[in-house]
Design a protein around this ligand. Structure first.
Ligand code: ADP
Ligand code: SF4
Length: 693
């Protein structure tokens, strides 16, 4: 272990937050995880590992503080009554296993909570329709003075419960458009004419009351913080960055710490395709001069140098991280131990966000152990030693093969990784050259470096293996991670059988474009029945090359699945600005005599259009040729000394990159264990509800 680089010393200085003191400047801001009240032990263990990783402050996700405001179907935490305290206490205890302060983020969602579960009438500063991702057909009613009094009491009760659960910091949520404090501050949602509406002073009244009352209730032992919107960026109405500065000149010293985040979650947690590291800096700069209290801000910080710059330049006092703490829960510890090269940097893909948006369980492209810490016992930095066997051959150095190799190497196997190309990375090497996706190369770079440090792992580039090579080598175990390729026949969701194509228009798949195929000048049709990023990214690339681009998709939204990565609107805006002609609800039916037949996916009308080229972004086919050939020789495996051969990642079933790193990790974890042999038991722990009497 190297000593810490003295340049980073300032990140490790303690700092007081009201009555408590954080051991260092690494502040894990609240972040969702798709588990919440359904998987409380899984969430607690995930946070415990961050405590091990050296964070000074670790927060829960948002915690609904009262049953009159909840955000079903999204799964967060709840502190509605005393019954909920043990679940929250489990998390605080887990956080306290390290030196971290435990923080809880209390949210009253108001106009952001449709109350689909409790069926209570939502309460808001002003009666308006509920503001959710799904535009639920529900309205909130205006709060009366009595409602506001109640809300203050509910806050006080929740603060006392939070303290009793063991929390050192209580954060009142007023950012991302998700908390009542922001709804009162913003003229979008607050159109009241009483003392809680109108002037900024009036709109800040609730904030002032809630913070003072929280302090009265628990402030002698617990720090009270506010998560505040930096800018709603909404034109005439809203709560702008100027409003924030004005509000802070009135109430700068109100809470024990200010935690700043963007006015909308989509802006705050933007992907690397749309925002760089430290993207909120201009909105935060100068706020520190308006308060004597510490401030924390976020910005997908993964570079220790950028973090130091934030402190040294007086922009922030604490480095707020959500995604960087997911990708690498041991980030602070690695900086402290002089192991900068070992940091698994977040790539800014927002696959973690999709876990919350789909109410499943979050996963991370870079950290395949995320949310598997409890249910599978997977630790991001510690892995069990190898089992009975010794040698493994991994074929293919894409994300699946690289992660399998890295984790097998760590377990102590003798591993050979064979790659057909002269470079590692597979699809991430190709895709990271596309517009906006350069950060994705980190998936490869982290693993390349780790593997390069292992004497028991050998990498052979430019080695395309055949089935007979593999049997001849006689490794005890073989993982095939040979990837997938895009289909040219347009088969995906709309078409389950190949479309007619007489080749009269040059037709390309993404692989060809990524390998530099020359697309003819002129008008190009991009047909997207994949619905994730590829269609829109290629459209950007084609515009940059000078083509006129028409993007069609059978879905009603362009890049429909990117709603879950918080990118959909941004993608549409960018394509619009680039002059891409977007036609949703449209399918490609055929290519004949120099024309493409397009049809509405809703009605049976079609038209024929001339194009200079067509790019088909549809389904993908697994590169499973090698696997099928080996399978046909299964009887010879034992004689060749081969105990098992397994297909992992895209060559088993194509999916996003996060699925490939997970598959690689899983293969490595399960080798020489019972789980490897059969799938007859549920391969993880589940937390089941207890039936009431
Ligand atoms: P995944 O996402 O599942 O990791 P990728 O397509 O990213 O899949 O990577 C697959 C890798 O496997 C590519 O780098 C490819 O060159 C390599 N590969 C495919 N077939 C062979 C083979 N027969 N021998 C060695 N490498 C192979
Ligand atoms: Fe970062 Fe992507 Fe992991 Fe989220 S899923 S933490 S954005 S690498």
């Amino acid at each position: 272990m190297n000593p810490r680089d003295t340049r980073y010393d300032c990140l490790f200085e303690p700092l007081a937050i009201g009555p408590v003191t954080a051991a260092n400047r690494f502040y894990q801001v609240p972040h969702c995880n798709g588990g919440g009240y359904r998987d409380p032990s899984a969430v607690a263990e995930m946070r415990r590992i961050k405590a091990e990783g050296g964070w000074g402050v670790i927060f829960t996700e948002q915690v609904e503080l009262h049953h009159s405001s909840e955000i079903t179907p999204f799964i967060e935490l709840r502190l509605w009554e005393d019954k909920d305290v043990p679940m929250l206490a489990r998390m605080a205890d887990a956080i306290h296993t390290g030196d971290a302060l435990a923080g809880i983020e209390l949210a009253y969602s108001g106009i952001n909570g449709p109350n689909l579960y409790t069926r209570e009438i939502p309460l808001a500063p002003t009666a308006l329709p509920i503001r959710t991702f799904t535009n639920d057909p529900v309205q909130a009613r205006s709060m009366t003075k009595r409602d506001i009094k109640n809300l203050r009491r509910w806050h006080r009760d929740a603060c006392i419960r939070a303290r009793d659960a063991g929390y050192d910091l209580i954060c009142l949520y007023g950012a991302h458009g998700f908390g009542a404090i922001q709804h009162f501050l913003s003229t979008i949602t607050n159109q009241r004419s009483d003392e809680y509406g109108g002037s900024l002073k009036n709109r800040a009244r609730l904030l002032e009351e809630l913070v003072s009352e929280a302090r009265d209730a628990v402030g002698d032992t617990v720090g009270i913080t506010v998560r505040m919107s930096l800018d709603e960026a909404n034109g005439e109405y809203g709560f702008s960055n100027d409003d924030l500065r004005e509000m802070m000149s009135l109430h700068g010293d109100l809470p024990d710490l200010w935690d700043f985040a963007h006015g909308a979650w989509e802006d705050c947690s933007a992907t690397s395709r749309f925002k760089e590291e430290a993207a909120q800096e201009s909105l935060i700069t100068g706020l520190r001069e308006l308060t004597s209290k510490p401030i924390v801000g976020v910005g997908r910080f993964t570079s220790a140098d950028t973090m130091v710059r934030q402190l040294k330049n007086g922009i922030l006092d604490f480095i707020g991280c959500a995604r960087p703490s997911i990708a690498d829960p041991w980030l602070p510890r690695k900086i402290d131990e002089g192991r900068i090269e070992d940091i698994r940097e977040c790539i800014g893909c927002n696959i973690c966000v999709t876990g919350d948006m789909t109410m499943s369980l979050s996963r991370c492209t870079q950290n395949p152990t995320f949310m598997e810490e409890w249910r599978k016992g997977w630790h991001p930095e510690i892995i069990q030693q190898r089992g009975a066997s010794e040698t493994v051959l991994v074929v293919g150095a894409g994300p699946a093969g690289l992660e399998a190799t890295r984790a097998l190497g760590e377990r102590g196997y003798e591993v050979v990784l064979a790659e057909a190309k002269t470079q590692t990375g597979g699809r991430v090497t190709l895709e990271s050259q596309l517009p906006g996706l350069s950060a994705w190369a980190r998936v490869r770079d982290y693993r390349d470096y780790q593997i390069s440090q292992m004497s028991n792992v050998n990498l052979y580039l430019d080695n395309k293996l055949t089935a007979s090579d593999i049997l001849e080598f006689g490794f005890e175990h073989v993982a095939l991670a040979t990837g997938a390729h895009w289909r040219k026949d347009a088969v995906a969701r709309y078409h389950t059988h190949a479309i007619p194509n007489d080749s009269s228009i040059p037709t390309f798949i993404p692989d060809e474009l990524m390998r530099g195929a020359a697309v003819p000048a002129g008008k190009v049709l991009v047909y997207d029945d994949d619905h994730y990023y590829m269609g829109s990214v290629l459209a950007e690339q084609l515009v940059a090359a000078g083509n006129e681009v028409i993007l069609i998709t059978p879905a009603s939204l362009v890049a429909q699945w990117t709603v879950n990565t918080l990118e959909q609107e941004k993608i549409q805006q960018r394509l619009l600005a680039l002059g891409v002609d977007m036609q949703p609800n449209t399918a490609l039916l055929a290519i004949n005599s120099g024309k493409a037949t397009l049809s509405s996916s809703l009605q049976s009308q079609s038209l024929q259009v001339e194009f200079d080229a067509v790019v088909i972004v549809a389904g993908r086919r697994a590169n499973d040729g090698l696997w099928l050939e080996l399978l046909s020789t299964e009887k010879q495996w034992a004689d060749a000394g081969v105990q098992s051969i397994k297909c992992i990642g895209d060559c088993e079933a194509p999916a996003p990159i996060a699925w490939a790193t997970y598959a690689g990790h899983r293969f490595a974890r399960e080798l020489d264990t019972e789980l490897c042999a059969t799938n007859s038991v549920v391969p993880f722990r589940r937390e089941l509800v207890q039936l009431s009497e």
